[in-house]
Design a protein around this ligand. Structure first.
Ligand code: EPU
Length: 344
């Protein structure tokens, strides 16, 4: 049975390490807990906020809606089809531990997504992606409970409306659903994906052009650990802005402003610009507002410099910094950067 606690500190529950509290928080360990919560009319109608690993969240004050802290655990092989292993994880499982578990059980396919912080339940919300693989490439289906009606639903990939760091949970189902279980279809015939520049470079350096899934997993961990700050030391939410997508005309305009701009052509003819490069070109690396800063090694990652010293940045400082970056990128390149994490 779930219990509701009052005035719960959230600093340990958001990877930015911002100090804030939940006025009321319920730990959810099973779908039964959600059903019991909905059996109480006062709780059923209360506004709610679903918290996973807090790795994609910027808190700008205490959280007034009832916080549902998802702690639904369990990992299992559900079934096999001719081509796939269908595996399921509870929404509260750590994403990285789940990826490691699939490899330990000889079901590769998620190794490029190693070391992404957060929980399994949060992974479909922003369709996590890294090193040439996105969650939608390995997704089977998920279960969620409607936060207004308390009813359970299952969604397949089409119904999730996945896009670049995007899904139905950021639109029609925003703040309306609690994801309880996610299933993945892992291919029985595995194909390595090492074409992304950083992986390709490492493969050539190690002279290992046909790495095993375990090697790819280790390489991704190595690349991420070298580039991205450890949230326990410098609090962060990974990439703070989405990489903007522009038309060929806009891309040409930006190349005219600076020929060094980093961009990739997309299959639909548009171009994706490296937001990190745009921010870097505006001179933001290593700068900041109060204890919120731009990581000295990766301009797309905003960090909480005060986490280790005990004087953490406030959500207000993080947002002030983000707005200042958006303004300077817009003034220099005419591009509006979109914030990627949820701001609460
Ligand atoms: N770059 C700079 N300055 C920097 C850092 C990078 O100019 O300070 C340039 C690099 O030279 C490179 C380009 O920016 O040409 C892209 O950088 P990187 O390869 O690190 O990838 P990214 O586009 O910044 C995306 C994802 C990451 C994911 C990596 C690897 C987004 C918003 N971010 O980052 O995802 O790990 O690719 O696939 O799509 C996340 O979403 O939280 C995340 C970490």
């Amino acid at each position: 049975m779930f219990k509701i606690e009052a005035n719960v500190p959230l600093q340990a529950h958001n990877t930015f390490g911002i100090i804030a509290k939940a006025i009321h928080l319920a730990s959810i360990q099973s779908t039964n807990d959600i059903n019991s919560l909905f059996a109480d009319p006062a709780l059923a109608s209360a506004p709610k906020f679903v918290l996973g690993g807090g790795s994609n969240l910027v808190l700008t004050g205490d959280v007034k809606p009832l916080v549902l802290k998802v702690e639904i655990m369990g990992k299992r092989l559900v079934t096999q089809t001719a081509k796939h292993f269908i595996v399921e994880a509870g929404a509260g499982e750590s994403w990285h531990d789940f990826v490691a578990w699939t490899l330990d059980h000889d079901m590769p396919g998620l190794e490029n997504l190693a070391l992404i912080p957060g929980t399994v339940g949060a992974s479909p919300v922003q369709n996590i992606g890294a090193y040439g693989v996105e969650l939608q490439d390995r997704f089977d289906s998920l279960d969620y409970i409607d936060l207004q009606t308390g009813k359970s639903h299952t969604l397949n990939a089409a119904a999730c409306q996945f896009g670049y760091r995007d899904s139905v949970f950021k639109h029609a189902l925003m703040d309306k659903a609690i994801i309880t279980h996610v299933r993945f279809a892992l291919p029985k015939v595995w194909q390595r994906e090492i074409s992304y520049a950083d992986l390709d470079k490492l493969a050539k350096k190690k002279n290992e052009l046909q790495p095993t899934p375990r090697m790819v997993f280790d390489w991704v961990c190595q690349i991420r650990s070298a580039k991205l700050p450890d949230p326990k030391i410098d609090g962060n939410t990974g990439s703070f802005f989405k990489n903007p997508v522009v038309t060929p005309e806009q891309c040409k305009d930006i190349i005219g402003r600076d020929p060094n701009v980093a961009f990739y052509k997309l299959l639909d003819g548009n171009f994706k610009l490296a937001a990190a490069w745009l921010i870097d070109a505006c001179g933001w690396k290593g700068r900041g507002v109060g204890n919120a800063g731009v990581h000295p090694n990766h301009a797309l990652v905003l960090i909480n410099k005060g986490r280790a010293t005990g004087v953490p940045a406030t959500g207000g400082e993080v947002i002030t910094l983000a707005k200042a970056i958006q303004t300077s990128v817009y003034e220099r390149f005419g591009i509006r950067l979109e914030i990627e994490p949820v701001v609460l």
